[in-house]
Design a protein around this ligand. Structure first.
Ligand SMILES: NC(=O)c1ccc[n+]([C@@H]2O[C@H](COP(=O)([O-])OP(=O)(O)OC[C@H]3O[C@@H](n4cnc5c(N)ncnc54)[C@H](O)[C@@H]3O)[C@@H](O)[C@H]2O)c1
Length: 78
């Protein structure tokens, strides 16, 4: 199963995209500071939520370990 990490994934755009990725069969990691909470995210066995700051480089590096491909929206993991 391919994994997708989405920074800011608990925000407006993320909450639109995350369910679609889960439906498409991806495992999804949301990396978000939760400034507005996480109420827009579904509960799903293939969804992992990391509450952390993107400026925490050590934490972020750990979260994206194994990164295969990056784009402006998120980080795709294998
Ligand atoms: N009903 C609507 O049409 C509607 C509603 C809201 C927003 N919008 C649009 O959506 C766009 C904004 O959506 P979005 O999803 O990009 O933004 P957002 O503000 O909804 O979400 C940003 C997310 O990033 C997180 N974040 C912020 N700083 C962070 C940090 N340092 N580390 C980790 N996470 C951090 C926040 O906690 C938040 O969950 C805008 O264009 C806005 O106009 C539309």
């Amino acid at each position: 199963m391919k994994r997708v990490l989405i920074t800011g994934g608990a925000g407006y755009v993320g909450c639109m995209v995350v369910p679609k990725l889960l439906e498409a069969g991806y495992a999804v990691v949301v990396y978000d500071l939760m400034l507005f909470g996480s109420h827009g995210l579904p509960t799903h066995p293939h969804l992992r939520v990391i509450e952390a700051d993107i400026r925490d480089t050590a934490r972020f590096s750990s979260a994206v370990e194994g990164c295969a491909q990056r784009d402006p929206f998120g980080v795709y993991l294998e």
